[in-house]
Design a protein around this ligand. Structure first.
Ligand code: ATP
Length: 275
């Protein structure tokens, strides 16, 4: 496979302002939904880990239209990560279902709902760089790919997908020989996203995508997510409401006891800073 260029792409600088801030409720964005559309839906999901007495999640429901950006926020330990893991198919709900529903122009279901297949879902865990294993970018991203038995056509398809994924996260200017651990924080997150995008998921789940990054890398990753949102459905769990709020189409608050409520985001208002 041909190698990409050898130089790191430059970060775009952004101006950083410190403001006094006040909380207020942000108006939800109007979702532009085409007449015929699909939604990822969590329907009445409860989860109790095997061998335990209490539910972590209780009758959780949400509906996220395709190519929109959803955000779940809420207290630590309320069950947000557990919900992402269920949507990704890493554990099975105790009750309820997770599916894709198609709707017609009258906003009514036009087909029977389909169970969401884990192959259609990509998940990036919190601090994904901690799980990097390989010595080069190429090995990291192709980890687990078929080496010998796959047909040439299949390998060509994977190589094509790899190129697309690298381009879409802006890694195309970096040599595939680079040690993933030597990348900056923001570029490590780009790599973690590319690893998932190679699998061409329909739904991308991100657990705290900005956690542990400096302000510049946070702005960089938020900008990248805005770009990815054009072609993917993204559901994020995060405490970083201020940076992500411009991207958010729908939001939910996970409350104590694993109860999810659709709720607009509270945001900081710089305009009111004189108050
Ligand atoms: N397999 C399990 N068995 C028992 N308890 C569990 C299991 N998995 C998670 N929990 C508990 O469920 C609760 C919810 O955990 P979860 O990680 O989903 O919360 P969270 O909202 O994502 O928290 P944070 O914001 O800190 O990441 C926690 O109290 C956790 O300890």
């Amino acid at each position: 496979m041909a190698k990409c260029g050898t130089s790191l792409s430059c970060y775009h600088g952004i101006l950083h302002h410190q403001h006094r801030r006040l909380w207020r409720v942000r108006k939800p964005q109007k979702l532009r939904i085409s007449s015929d559309h699909s939604c990822f839906e969590v329907r009445g999901v409860s989860y109790r880990p095997p061998g335990t007495q209490n539910n972590i999640l209780n009758e959780v429901s949400l509906s996220l239209p395709e190519k929109s950006f959803g955000l779940i926020y809420g207290r630590s330990g309320s069950g947000k990560t557990t919900l992402l893991q269920l949507i990704a198919g890493l554990s099975a709900p105790t009750s309820g279902s997770i599916c894709i529903q198609r709707y017609g122009s009258d906003n009514r279901p036009s087909h029977p709902s389909e169970i969401l297949s884990p192959e259609k879902v990509g998940i990036v865990f919190q601090f994904p760089e901690r799980y990097f294993l390989a010595d080069t970018l190429l090995e990291e991203i192709t980890f687990g790919w078929p080496r010998e038995n796959a047909s040439l056509t299949f390998r060509e398809k994977l190589a094509f997908q790899l190129q697309l994924a690298f381009n879409s996260v802006g890694l195309n200017g970096i040599s595939l020989d680079v040690d993933p651990h030597s990348l900056s924080g923001g570029f490590k997150r780009r790599l973690a996203l590319a690893i998932q995008l190679v699998q061409t998921p329909d739904l991308l789940l991100l657990d705290e995508p900005l956690a542990g990054l400096d302000w510049k890398a946070r702005a960089d990753v938020a900008k990248l997510l805005k770009h990815l949102k054009k072609s993917l459905t993204i559901l994020v769990v995060s405490h970083d409401l201020r940076e992500l709020s411009p991207l958010v189409d729908k939001s939910w608050k996970m409350e104590k006891g694993g109860v999810l409520k659709e709720e607009p985001l509270p945001v900081y208002s710089d305009k009111l800073s004189f108050l």
